[in-house]
Design a binder for this molecule. Structure first.
Ligand code: FES
Length: 110
């Protein structure tokens, strides 16, 4: 099982993934540049990703808390999600996400 992550510089990474892990954790644990400041508590929006168009229908709908937090992020579009709120599962094998601007570790919190 894997996910495909395009980083802020446009480089694509194919990452092994395990079910039950947050997509944010997978990205972070493979050493990509993701701030994820709050550690997955849906409190920072520095794990913001754009989800590949073909995948948006496979994801569970965001809770109000996630929508509120995304309001504070940069570059929010209809395909924006917080990667800490996406839980890896068989259905998401091959998921495509792109790290949004403002998720780099050396940037100020969004
Ligand atoms: S890690 Fe903070 S909202 Fe996702």
């Amino acid at each position: 099982m894997h996910i495909n992550v395009t980083d802020q510089k446009g480089k694509r990474h194919r990452l092994e993934a395990l079910p039950g892990f947050r997509v944010m954790e997978i990205i972070r644990d493979w050493g990509l540049d993701i701030k994820a400041e709050c550690g997955g508590a849906c409190a920072c929006a520095t794990c913001h990703v754009h989800v590949g168009e073909q995948w948006t229908g496979s994801l569970i709908a965001p809770l109000e808390e996630e929508i509120d937090r995304l309001d504070e992020a940069f570059d929010v579009t209809a395909d924006s999600r917080l990667s800490c709120q996406l839980i890896m599962s068989e259905e998401l094998d091959g998921l495509e996400v792109t790290l949004a601007p403002g998720t780099e570790k050396d940037r100020a919190a969004a």
